[in-house]
Design a protein around this ligand. Sequence first.
Ligand code: KIV
Length: 263
Amino acid sequence: MKAVTINTLNDIKHAGEKFAVLTAYDSAFARQVELAGIEALLIGDSLGNVVLGYDSTVPVSMDDMVHHTAAVTRGNSKSLLIADLPFMAYATPEQTLSNSARLMQAGAQMVKLEGGEWLCPSVRMLADRGIPVCGHLGLTPQSFNKLGGYRVQGRDEAGAEQIVLDARRLQDAGADLLVLECVPTQLATRITKALTIPVIGIGAGPNTDAQVLVLYDMLGISPRVPKFTHNFLAETGDIQGALMAYAEAVRSGTFPRPEHSFK
Ligand code: KIV
């Protein structure tokens, strides 16, 4: 695989093909994921749940994210590295800029942040200063207290229209990618068609431009496994085989299946 850039991912979308993304938190797994030809690695704040033993992503700090981003960077040379800004690390545009700079200096090539239109000034500020941005809409786990739990979003018309509007605004503000988490397949399909930037789904059905899963979920070693994931290790029996099976299933459109999606 050649080094993946934003242009690579845009070209894949515009050729009508799909790419695969997985989370990674350390250099050993980063090497394995890259070897499997996965186009992008997300140093997700799911780190809190699956590695650090917290009940949510809320306790994850900037120091945690910088430490794990640097570790993943040391194990990777070709996949595009996206790092999450954790809870309250992007409450103001100035804070977003200084914390994004820390992640980029640790090796990230793009930062991800959760939320809609209110983030546009921050996204614009990052884009203007050369920092690529991935938005995250639908179920935004850092806001689970406000959302009343980990629930599918955009099931009613008003909720769906708000997500469509937020997606357009983030793109217009300069976002390069968008993650859509736990939204009905029909809504994810509509947003994927409406946006020119690649849309990455998780629990968003099969029609997005890419899929992302939490690495430990798809290896079957997470404490709690959500409906939208699949244990690829159980099928293949070895880690490299599981990662390659995931990449192939995403590219061929055989994952996710209807039982991993929401109506
Ligand atoms: O933190 C994470 O792993 C994420 C994915 C679930 C998209 O944000």
